[in-house]
Ligand binder design. Structure first.
Ligand code: ADP
Length: 513
């Protein structure tokens, strides 16, 4: 975590003094900003400069989660009965408020998690787009009307809200990912307990303040800060009816198991090991730009990041040389500086993990072409910076070609033809995003058909989802749900089939008369 325990943080006197000046952030429960019931706190620092304390936050415990669930439960009946278009108006207003606060939010987010300002602006924009798109769902939330096998009988389907939802989110999209869950949950008439990642709690506070200002009634959204044990309390609470989680596959499997045992709805969006295929007929300039953006955007810390590049043998050497040349021009540094392309990694443990993969790659026989280390220079001393890194001569089974690294590291794999490219692309446990660069429509369509992934881009990078299309993955990336698009409504509602018999007599289905 860039979030530190108090003990870790207070290891220096200078820091202690600074800390006492900080007013702790609060939870938001039942429409009131309040202290947590525990004495535990955590310190959130800027990953580009760990001397910069973003804030001090409560590490919430059982009493806080109980209160939050209780207030969400209490608010449910009134909220679910508010006409959905009215709920949509509140969402729409929150989109307008987000627009007004876009710059302030982007700055806070960059300070909190490091990605460059143009990317955090994009993060807020994604939440704005989601607000407006989902607000419109208030006037749709479509079901079906259909025939009945019996005369004088009407059959239709309606969507029902589920109840209290637990929303557990990661730090890499501090506003966008919560908005993907919170807005659909709200429009469908659910109430919720939201636990943001411990690395980005300040952005979450600002988002919840905006929702409050837009008119979300008290108790409908409750915010509790904390870490894994806080998340666990939400998952295990008997009154949370649905858990919507985005994060690592390791944590996802723990949450999925708990929900399975408790027979609780659960939608999970987890890791990826995404690949970009570059065929010999590709527009190389475009494929290189796509690879650079896909691999090093957000410092490679996107679940859709391009961590493998599968390149046709005939252009492999040229592609490699030009990719390395282009990646060398990337400017690494504090994302608050507008000129920066690549920010720091999120925290110490991620920094150590990425570093450890350098040894793993070399041991497995991969060849380091660029980067591979912590950059030198005064500007990098206080942050979790890591150089954009390219390995070549990677084979599909090497660990760097199989495991999610979540850093600015990409692996070049050589292939002979499209068939092999698709096989290699599919040869991981994950299936989130994918892309192919080719000028041949036939090859592109074969790839679209055969790639096992929730997203396939033709002549575009593996990153860059749009809010009105389903987002999610196959295999160990997800558990069969899709966020965004209209499919997200299926996560946050249950179907009810309704039969209206206007025959005036008892009609029995399936009986031979
Ligand atoms: P990342 O590796 O991206 O930091 P994690 O999967 O560790 O992602 O965490 C994602 C979110 O899940 C965070 O909000 C974190 O606090 C929460 N979390 C971590 N462990 C658990 C758990 N066992 N139960 C519930 N939530 C958890």
């Amino acid at each position: 975590m860039s979030a530190l325990t108090l003990l870790e943080y207070k290891s220096s006197k200078r820091r202690q003094k600074k800390l006492t000046l900080k007013k702790p952030y609060l939870n938001f429960i039942g429409g009131v900003w309040k202290k947590s019931s525990t004495d535990r706190i955590f310190v959130n620092v800027n990953p580009a400069n760990t001397d910069d304390v973003v804030g001090v936050f409560p590490y919430s415990g059982k009493q806080d989660v109980d209160q939050a669930v209780m207030s969400a439960e209490k608010a449910f009946d009134q909220w679910r009965k508010m006409p959905a278009p009215k709920r949509g108006e509140i969402l729409f207003r929150s989109g307008q408020l987000l627009e007004k606060q876009k710059e302030a939010l982007a700055k806070l987010m960059t300070r909190e998690m490091g990605k460059p300002l143009r990317e955090t602006r994009g993060d807020v924009q994604e939440a704005i787009d989601t607000a407006y798109y989902i607000a419109g769902e208030g006037r749709r939330l479509l079901g079906q009307t259909t025939t009945s096998e019996l005369p004088n009988k009407l059959a239709m389907t309606v969507r029902m809200p589920i109840g209290v939802c637990g929303i557990i989110t990661p730090w890499n999209f501090p506003i966008a990912v919560p908005s993907w869950k919170i807005y659909p949950a709200l429009i469908c008439g659910n109430t919720m307990v939201f636990k943001p990642a411990e690395d980005t709690p300040a952005s979450a506070c600002m988002f919840v303040e905006i929702l409050e200002k837009a008119g979300v009634p008290k108790g409908v959204i409750n915010l509790v800060h904390g870490g894994p044990s806080t998340g666990e309390l939400i998952v295990h609470h008997p009154k949370t009816r649905l858990i919507s989680f985005t994060g690592s596959s390791e944590v996802g499997s723990i949450i999925g198991e708990a929900c399975g045992r408790m027979i609780k709805n659960c939608s999970m969006e987890m890791g990826g090991k995404n690949a970009q295929i570059v065929m010999d007929d590709a527009d190389l300039d475009l494929a290189i730009e796509g690879a650079v953006w896909g691999a090093f955007g957000t410092t490679g810390q996107r679940c859709t990041a391009t961590s493998r590049i599968i390149v046709h043998k005939d252009i492999y050497e040229t592609f490699k040389r030009r990719l390395v040349k282009r990646a060398k021009t990337l400017r690494l540094g504090d994302g608050l500086n507008e000129k920066i392309d690549v920010g720091p990694l999120i925290n110490k443990s991620q920094h150590q993990k990425v570093k450890a993969y350098m040894g793993v790659a070399k041991q497995d026989g991969a060849k380091l072409e660029l980067g591979g280390g912590i950059p030198r220079g005064a500007g990098y001393k206080k942050g979790y910076f890591f150089e954009p890194t390219i390995f070549s001569e990677v084979t599909p089974n090497m660990r760097i070609a199989q495991e999610e690294i979540f850093g600015p590291v990409t692996a070049l794999i050589r292939i002979k033809n499209l068939d092999e490219a698709v096989k290699v692309l599919n040869s991981t446990d994950y299936g989130l995003s994918s892309s192919i660069f080719t000028r041949d429509i036939n090859k592109a369509m074969v790839a679209v058909r055969d790639i096992e992934a929730g997203l396939t881009y033709v002549n575009g990078p593996t990153i860059g989802a749009e809010v009105h299309l389903p987002f999610g993955g196959v295999k160990k990336t997800g558990n069969g749900h899709r966020e965004a698009g209209s499919t997200v409504l299926d996560i946050f509602t249950e179907w009810k089939s309704v039969f209206v018999d206007y025959s005036g007599k008892l009609q029995k289905a399936q009986m031979d008369e």
